[in-house]
Design a binder for this molecule. Structure first.
Ligand SMILES: Nc1nc2c(c(=O)[nH]1)N[C@H]1C(S)=C(S)[C@@H](COP(=O)(O)O)O[C@H]1N2
Ligand SMILES: [Mo]
Length: 398
């Protein structure tokens, strides 16, 4: 059995009675089950931080059509909430544009509104930051701060309709129960949101399940706002309140420079005034090679099957191309339709390496507007967001 590292919420008691599993856990004890209760993640996850938890997925583990929970990256800005109880959980809808605030129990949400399941790409705005030069502060993510899980929940728009929203509604903002790193209970870790158009899309969910099970503790149990295609920071975990605002939401981490980029191109390393930083909306077109794993050895003349994923924020990916000669020539890959809007798309190709030697494979996707990925890092920005430069792997034919 593959060693796994962390406990899944609610299964603690059951796990304690399985000696074999416990033995596996202690073998993989390089990550302790210490300061916080957490969920199972695969031991091959790259741990950037423990307090707060930040874990990245090695790209070759993003090979499944729907990302398994054990391979989902984790990005926390604060400490996990203390004590989460689905039985007593409530969600309050309030804000300037809500004439009569309402509170629903989780049970009411589940019984009153229709359920939908969508596969949604959640990509951290800082995915790719590790390549940015000069370096910028924040988690040094490679390519693996992205997932595409199957989220089940109720549509936020159905709930807002039930509550009754005023005409001045502009933006929604989430509030959650995670704890600030400072330990100060009055401090909010993060409270972000999206404009009403995005908030009321069919795919914007108040989700209670992920890949057919209760959402794991670390991914937002028992209720999470899930908004595909935008920086994943808008998908609030452990959500207990949604404010419908009459202005652009101004919660912690909405302000510059968080999740913002300059509104004009700047030279690498530039200082940009806060007022010139704009909120990131749809994520840019991107693709990854999930098979083979970088470092693979093939035989000269062998036809090598390649595959991976491509996504483009709110848009569809129209074309994926691969190159084995550092971008001199490109070969078009076969590209699947997304399972639903805002899901990533699978692609596959076959490439031959007639001569023995060292090769790189590059992948490049183009969105439905004809916009494609740069070979090198795109516009530098102070926080190192939105790096969608091509993913490359190395192969040897020998
Ligand atoms: N309540 C809360 N929600 C949150 C965060 C957080 O720190 N607290 N982090 C956000 C960020 S920055 C990202 S990238 C995603 C990560 O989701 P995941 O850990 O399920 O992959 O959650 C978002 N939702
Ligand atoms: Mo993020």
């Amino acid at each position: 059995m593959t060693p796994r590292i962390l406990f899944r919420a609610g299964r603690l008691a059951a796990v304690a009675f399985l000696p074999a599993l416990l033995a596996t856990l202690s073998a993989a004890a390089q990550f302790s089950l210490d300061e916080e209760p957490t969920d199972w993640k695969h031991s091959d996850m790259i741990v950037h931080n423990r307090q707060p938890w930040n874990m990245e997925t090695p790209v070759h583990l993003l090979d499944d059509p729907v990302t398994p929970i054990e391979y989902m990256f984790v990005r926390n800005n604060g400490l996990l909430p203390a004590g989460l109880d689905a039985e007593t959980w409530t969600l309050t809808i309030d804000g300037e544009a809500v004439p009569e605030p309402r509170t629903y129990t989780l049970k009411e949400l589940k019984t009153k509104f229709k359920h939908y399941t969508y596969q949604l790409v959640l990509e951290c705005g800082g995915n790719g930051r590790a390549e940015v030069n000069p370096p910028t502060s924040g988690n040094q993510w490679g390519f693996g701060a992205v997932s595409c899980g199957a989220w089940t929940g109720v549509r936020l728009k159905d709930v807002l309709e039930d509550v009754g929203i005023a005409d001045n509604a502009t933006y929604i903002g989430y509030y959650a129960t995670d704890r600030h790193l400072s330990g100060d209970p009055s401090k909010i870790v993060i409270s972000r949101g999206v404009p009403m158009d995005k908030a009321t899309e069919d795919e914007t969910l108040l989700a209670f399940a992920l890949n057919g099970e209760d959402i794991p503790y670390i991914e937002g149990y028992p209720l999470r706002l899930v908004v595909g295609g935008w920086p994943a920071s808008v998908s609030g975990k452990w959500v207990e309140r949604i404010a419908v605002r009459d202005r652009v939401h101004d919660g912690p981490k909405m302000e510059a420079p968080s999740y913002r980029v300059p509104k004009y191109p700047v030279e690498p390393g530039a200082q940009v005034p806060d007022e010139d930083m704009v909120i990131i909306e749809s994520m840019p077109v991107k693709s990854i090679i999930t098979y083979p794993k970088t470092g693979a050895v093939v035989r000269p003349g062998q036809r090598v099957k390649l595959r991976g994923k491509a996504w483009a924020g709110d848009l569809k990916v129209e074309k994926v191309e691969v190159s084995k000669d550092h971008g001199k020539t490109w070969q078009e890959a076969e590209l699947d339709a997304p399972a639903n809007r805002l899901a990533w798309q699978e692609w596959r190709a076959e490439i031959e390496f007639p001569e023995k030697g060292y090769y790189e494979i590059w992948v490049k996707a183009t969105d439905e507007n004809g916009v494609s990925q740069p070979m090198v890092i795109p516009g530098w920005n102070p926080r190192g967001y939105l790096n969608n430069a091509t993913h490359r792997i190395a192969l040897k034919a020998e």
